[in-house]
Write a protein that binds this ligand. Structure first.
Ligand code: IPE
Ligand code: IPE
Ligand code: MG
Length: 226
């Protein structure tokens, strides 16, 4: 079976999961964060090398300040609580997104986590925080201009994306039934396969990931060829 090297997930539906249970939206985010560890382990077990998780978009700042600050604290707590387990499992933790709007404390935790796992030989877990595909392209173009590049090519742009050494995602999964990309990996997903499921992110499990990988492996990726 063809296993995707890089899987990217739009983890959507936390709010609806909570609302359905009469719980505050943040309870859904907590439940959603709690399943990440198992999915990371299973992804590594099936042979996935890179797992990108969309945790907070450049548009998510529009939410009520309580939800935004709750999500930021959750991220901080996640790093503090899970870093040693990730390290023990050989996971390299990386982040993609704008850095300038993240609190200094969270940023310091993110940078420390990246530094501590930089030599890990296992799966690379990329958490996308304050990430927007358009913003990433703007940042790359800004860098091109600053570097005085006039010969603009796919390569010269790719080299200036947030994580230029990470291969493009082979498979993009979105949970919760929404059929859109919501500004995720716009440049990198040019030839990705997409998999949509109605399952809400807090209910996503190993079997769901297997189904997505099976669907991927049955597809013919022509990439423009005949
Ligand atoms: C995804 O769940 C998590 C983030 C976007 C941070 P949502 O919070 O978007 O959940 P729904 O879409 O409202 O159900
Ligand atoms: C996309 O989900 C962003 C993340 C999962 C972090 P949203 O819930 O923000 O997307 P829309 O608003 O439904 O497009
Ligand atoms: Mg949503």
């Amino acid at each position: 079976m063809a296993v995707p090297e890089h899987v990217a997930i739009i983890m959507d539906g936390n709010g609806r999961w909570a609302t359905k249970r009469g719980l505050p939206r943040l309870a859904g985010h907590h439940k959603g964060a709690s399943i990440v560890e198992g999915i990371v382990r299973h992804a590594a077990d099936v042979g996935i090398k890179y797992l990108s998780l969309y945790a907070f978009s450049t548009e998510n700042w529009k939410r009520l300040s309580d939800e935004v600050s709750g999500l930021m604290s959750l991220l901080e707590r996640y790093i503090a609580e899970k870093l040693s387990a990730l390290k023990a499992n050989g996971v390299r933790l990386r982040f993609a997104g704008r850095k300038d709007r993240i609190s200094l404390r969270l940023r310091a935790a993110m940078e420390a986590a990246e530094a501590e796992t930089v030599d890990a030989g296992g799966l690379q877990l990329i958490v996308c925080i304050d990430y927007g595909g358009r913003q990433e392209i703007i940042d790359a173009v800004t860098a091109l201009v600053a570097d005085g590049v006039t010969d603009v090519t796919e390569e010269s742009i790719s080299k200036r994306m947030y994580l230029p050494d990470v291969p493009d995602p082979d498979l993009v999964i979105r949970t919760s039934g929404e059929l859109r990309v919501s500004n995720f990996l716009l440049w990198e997903s040019a030839y990705s396969e997409f998999y949509f499921t109605d399952t809400l992110w807090p209910d996503f499990d190993d079997a769901e990931l297997d189904k997505a990988v099976e669907s991927y492996s049955s597809r013919d990726r022509r990439k423009g060829g005949a």
